[in-house]
Design a protein around this ligand. Structure first.
Ligand code: FES
Length: 108
């Protein structure tokens, strides 16, 4: 019997708030997630950097990449792929419903 995995969506912040700050950190259960607004799109990555655990939401967006504040690893906000490395930051699906950013509780 195959298991059907249902996606659990969690309402986080108003898109208007994110539009002002361009990035923020939210808690989803016991998981911290960094939200970034890039152009018109919202991306969600685990906040805890896969390198040494610093907070990506304290980083910056630079040339379309999320740059970790600690050692400047650069991540593609859509895929989580680390530039020039064979590693990936977990990313979460995002959708905006009635002006509220909803994030999938589990990474893709
Ligand atoms: S902790 Fe993020 S690059 Fe080192």
């Amino acid at each position: 019997m195959s298991e059907i995995r249902t996606e659990e969506w969690v309402a986080t912040v108003p898109l208007a708030d994110l539009a002002r700050r361009r990035k923020t950190r939210v808690e989803i259960g016991d998981r911290a997630v960094a939200l970034f607004l890039v152009g018109e799109r919202v991306f969600a990555l685990d906040d805890v950097c896969i390198h040494k655990g610093r907070s990506l939401s304290r980083g910056v967006l630079w040339q379309g990449s999320v740059v970790c504040p600690a050692h400047q690893w650069k991540f593609d906000p859509e895929t989580g792929a680390a530039e020039d490395r064979d590693e990936c930051q977990p990313v979460h699906a995002v959708r905006v419903v009635d002006g509220i950013v909803h994030v999938s509780a589990q990474p893709r």
